[in-house]
Design a protein around this ligand. Structure first.
Ligand SMILES: [Ca+2]
Ligand SMILES: [Ca+2]
Ligand SMILES: [Ca+2]
Length: 327
């Protein structure tokens, strides 16, 4: 419980609420991790479904601290569910710094990372002291997806990296395939799917196709679904619009966008090097709910750390976003 309180205090202190949208393919920000060299003619990878890829206890023990189990399943906050999505900027960070910052999220129910180098999968799991089920994608080259699910609270029912749903192609071979877990809350018995994404950056047309595919996939699900990650949908706080992929995502009300409490920029991009963010007041990192989860009153906020922007070579150019709801 003490750990949980610490996390809550820490998050409350550093986070400011905010999330908003806008469209425009002119925004740079998130790298496409793949882009170069690949062609659209590449055959899509086959759908991958594999078993739990938890880090072994042996691997964990090397860096795990001897902290006693804190944990929430008994306190007054037991009904509170918190999830984080964070693009950690593979290639533009120091994994030691990212690990330290990640460790501050200890206690969060589900943590979704994007732009993770495969060399850091185990390091990040160790930063969370082995208290999480760990899953990661095999697609995306240097920019992988990774999901952590709190081990003591959730049972894992399924893990899937999904390159295609029905006729909808979600990965042309060099993108990040959506990664999801179907989990069961041991405390309340809820079953839900948590998905993370890092949609195409350089190819706006394909990003739209990905959004359509995610919408149709969500339409076909019969359990609550939450999706959070870097969607590259350029939600602009000034126009209150996202790019066309955002429009496809929210069409037909299959997904509800979980707008942030406060509209805070989530990505620092200063490609011309003048010291100013070229795309202020915009949001790439988003959260959505589908099915029963739309009625859960989920709140979203952007996580701010002191001096996080502008980022440097050791820190990520993205702020995390957090969603919170009460069961
Ligand atoms: Ca950086
Ligand atoms: Ca600039
Ligand atoms: Ca920005």
């Amino acid at each position: 419980m003490r750990m949980n309180l610490l996390v809550v205090i820490t998050l409350s202190t550093f986070f400011t609420l905010g999330c908003t949208p806008e469209p425009s393919d002119t925004q740079p920000s998130t790298t496409d991790g793949a882009g170069t060299g690949a062609t659209d003619s590449q055959a899509p990878p086959t759908m991958v479904s594999r078993s739990n890829t938890e880090i072994s206890a042996t691997e964990r023990s090397s860096t795990a601290s001897p902290q006693t189990e804190s944990d929430r399943p008994s306190g007054s906050d037991a009904g509170i569910v918190r999830m984080i999505a964070w693009n950690v900027e593979s290639g533009g960070n120091d994994p030691v710094v990212i690990s330290q910052q990640l460790s501050e999220f200890q206690g969060i129910d589900v943590i979704c990372l994007s732009e993770v180098s495969s060399a850091n999968f185990e390091r990040y799991a160790a930063a969370l002291e082995g208290r999480y089920h760990e899953f990661h994608g095999d697609t995306g080259r240097a920019d992988r997806l990774q999901i952590f699910v709190k081990r003591d609270r959730y049972e894992i029912l399924e893990e899937k990296e999904m390159s295609q749903h029905r006729e909808f192609v979600l990965n042309k071979g060099y993108h990040r395939s959506p990664l999801y877990v179907r989990i069961k809350d041991r405390l309340f018995g809820d079953e839900l799917i948590v998905m993370t994404n890092h949609l195409a950056r350089g190819n706006a047309k394909f990003r739209q196709e990905q959004a359509v595919g995610l919408r149709e996939w969500a339409r076909d699900q019969n359990v609550a679904v939450i999706a959070l990650g870097d969607f590259n949908m350029d939600y602009d706080y000034r126009t209150m619009k996202g790019n066309p992929a955002f429009d496809e995502m929210v069409r037909d009300n299959v997904w509800s966008w979980l707008a942030p409490n406060d509209f805070i920029d989530t990505n620092w991009s200063d490609r011309d090097g003048d010291g100013n963010d070229n795309y202020p007041d915009s949001m790439l990192d988003l959260a959505f709910a589908a099915g029963a989860a739309k009625e859960w009153g989920i709140e979203c906020r952007v996580v701010i750390r002191p001096d996080d922007f502008p980022d440097d070579r050791s820190t990520s150019d993205h702020r995390p976003i957090e969603i919170i709801y009460t069961r």
